[in-house]
Design a protein around this ligand. Structure first.
Ligand code: NAD
Ligand code: SER
Length: 320
């Protein structure tokens, strides 16, 4: 049985991944950590071990690894694209130095590491449609720069030191537990909350802007599936393109109107996030992930919309 440390565990992915991993590996075998405890996640924090951990504190990370006999780190601590443009120094520190600390500990203590990358690794001159697994990567954001460097660093630790590093390039993730932490794709989560609360939404991303997206249950499956995949089949260990769907705000509105016919969508485009979105692919080619570790997402847009609206109605206590 693995003994797992999750960093950044109270974020959008970590809060749901912790639950899933505790179900699979046992509550005591999944140590969740973050910068500070949040009252909103009291039940999760109390369902297994929780540690306050800044990924920039390598000594404390090492002490936690030793104390719990950790053999796998899932490194989710990060600063995402929009916040990264507002705070580039912080983005660099957390995404680069935090990952470096994780990899150094992994090298010293023979740990496995999973670190998500992102569609943000691509840039203006990357092919936009069916973006290949191996292609031009010259991102225009600090977040993207740290993610490309992170992929390379993880490859280096595997090739040079034999550290078992793995990762995927996540598209925008949509979920109904924890709100996203300041990315460009966040509109695709906010739209569902506002559809239920106000029956209208003002999008900061313009119509016609297609980006790859995925529902959280598929993203969580991807992490566990790749962590447990047969290493002899993996040729792209740290940077698998994966996607489930590609859509623009109008496609989402169309899907929402199947449940809320009066839903209205308008636009107040944010130039910073729009420029980031414009530099990212319209759709990824994820055939290598499908071939090397049997990646196969379940949720498409309409299935996701039905599930999101159903779950959020319960969460927000909204009747119709
Ligand atoms: P998030 O912003 O929701 O959560 C990140 C967590 O990291 C937060 O809880 C924050 O408190 C914590 N954190 C920040 N600085 C820290 C530090 N110094 N030490 C410890 N913890 C710190 O992010 P997320 O959406 O859960 O993303 C997790 C990973 O997945 C990131 O690497 C991100 O780049 C990647 N990813 C996410 C998406 C997405 O749509 N959510 C898409 C592509 C890639
Ligand atoms: N959802 C993330 C962002 O928008 C993609 O990495 O930053």
């Amino acid at each position: 049985m693995r003994k797992i440390l999750i960093t950044g565990g109270l974020g959008q992915i970590g809060s749901e991944l912790t639950k899933k991993m505790r179900d699979i590996y046992g509550n005591d075998n999944v140590v969740m950590s973050d910068m500070q405890a949040k009252d909103t996640h009291k039940d999760l924090i109390e369902s297994g071990p929780f540690e306050m951990l800044d990924v920039l504190d390598r000594e404390k990370m090492g002490e936690i690894v030793d104390r719990y006999k950790i053999d796998t780190i899932v490194n989710l601590a990060a600063i995402l694209s929009a916040v990264g443009e507002a705070k580039p120094q912080l983005c660099y520190d957390v995404n680069m130095n935090g990952l470096y600390n994780v990899l150094e500990l992994a090298r010293e203590k023979d740990l496995s590491v999973f670190t998500p990358s992102s569609i943000a690794v691509f840039g203006e001159n990357t092919p936009k449609d069916k973006t290949p697994q191996d292609t031009i990567m010259r991102p225009g954001t600090m977040y993207g720069v740290t993610k490309v460097a992170g992929e390379n660093l993880c490859d280096y630790y595997f090739n040079k030191f034999g550290v078992d590093t793995r990762g995927v390039r996540f598209p925008g993730l949509i979920s109904n537990d924890t709100l996203p932490g300041g990315g460009t794709t966040d509109y695709a989560v906010h739209i569902y909350y506002e559809a239920l609360k106000q029956k209208k939404y003002t999008s900061f991303i313009d119509k016609g802007t297609k980006m790859d997206m995925m529902y959280m249950p598929d993203a969580l499956n991807a992490i566990v599936q790749l962590l447990e995949a047969d290493p002899s089949r993996l040729r792209h260990r740290n940077a698998f393109n994966i996607t489930a769907m590609s859509f623009d705000p109008e496609d989402m509105a169309h899907s929402i109107r199947k449940h809320i016919p009066e839903f209205k969508l308008d636009y107040d485009v944010d130039p910073v996030r729009q420029a980031i979105a414009d530099s990212w692919p319209n759709s990824l080619d994820d055939s290598e992930a499908r071939a090397q570790w049997d990646w196969n997402p379940e949720f498409l847009l309409d299935d996701m919309t039905a599930d999101m609206l159903n779950s959020l109605r319960k969460k927000l206590n909204i009747q119709d």
